[in-house]
Design a binder for this molecule. Sequence first.
Ligand code: PLP
Length: 377
Amino acid sequence: MFLKNLDFLKKNRLFREIKDRSSAQGPRIRFGENEFINFSSNDYLGLSAHPYLIEIVKKAIEEYGYGSSASRLLGGGSILHRELESKIAQLKKTESALLFNSGYLANIGIIPSIADENTVLLSDEFNHASIIDGCRLSKANILIYRHKDILHLEELLRKSGSKRKVIVTDTVFSMEGDIAPLKEIVELCKIHSAVLYLDDAHGTGVLGNGRGALSHFDINPYPWIVQMGTLSKAIGSFGAFASGDKDIIDWLINTSRSFIFSTTLPACNVAAALAGIELIEKDKGLIKKLWMNREKLVQLLKDSDYNVMGSETPIIPISTGTLENTLKLSEHLYNKGIYAPAIRPPTVKEPRIRITVTASHTNEDIGRLIEVLNEYG
Ligand SMILES: Cc1ncc(COP(=O)(O)O)c(C=O)c1O
């Protein structure tokens, strides 16, 4: 049965293959001997191979070794884990924070902890797969609202009766690059006494001076808001976190299965995240450069009549119509030394090229992308 399905994927050009780098992540990468300008990573601030992070990681390995060898509750954590949680709580202006091993594990661990069988979960239709899986793992009643459609969300809230309500949304949508209307969603939470769960994976380090989406909109981190974010994107390390009220974090420590039953992050990962946040706070020029590059690229794409599908962030999808055309364009880019992979169903409904621009791209990198795109026509 699997092999038949595999044939189906291949025949329909939906079969995906892994491409592994022979270089560090960054604006220039290598596959084998060939160099590419890279528009595929979420390394928004160019920190993933930053010399300062590398130096700090080396020191942490010397002090703590590499492996962490146990879950946090069994003593796998280090002082650095605590330090990073305090730093994240401070960054997010919340009482407390808790580390998770990845964004995926955070979403599948946190959502079932805050939504039980007496809960209605209201989830944006374009939420990340890890949110969808977290919702499925919970025993809650799941209602999907149309993408960013406040009227639809309000209608579903009204229909959901007296059950506990939790609204779940990405802050920045990872395949669209647009931002959730958080001001309106927060107002609905107040009216309907709903809890709000935010996945700020692509907002942390990018929006609100690096603090994330709530700061971007100047919204208080109310006690009924639970935030999740990743350390693997703008922060340049690996892992994830939840941040919120102390009671909620204590509840997660005691109930969240992906936290309790998994070996914790190595201390050197944690040290890299601390160093990443330190750089973001010290050098405001990094975020400025990211947004300058983003504005430049979007303007040039629009000047060349590309449809950037409502992007508001450094995630810039370009609408490419059919699957055939999307794959051809991605191949053309690849043959000309630009890496910007095609995104196709089932990840998204409409195929697209997903471009992510970073603070480390040069004007020449951006110019070359436009030149190669325009050659394709
Ligand atoms: C919105 C969103 N949430 C969660 C994740 C998962 O995070 P991680 O890669 O750390 O598992 C991702 C993607 O990587 C994402 O884009």
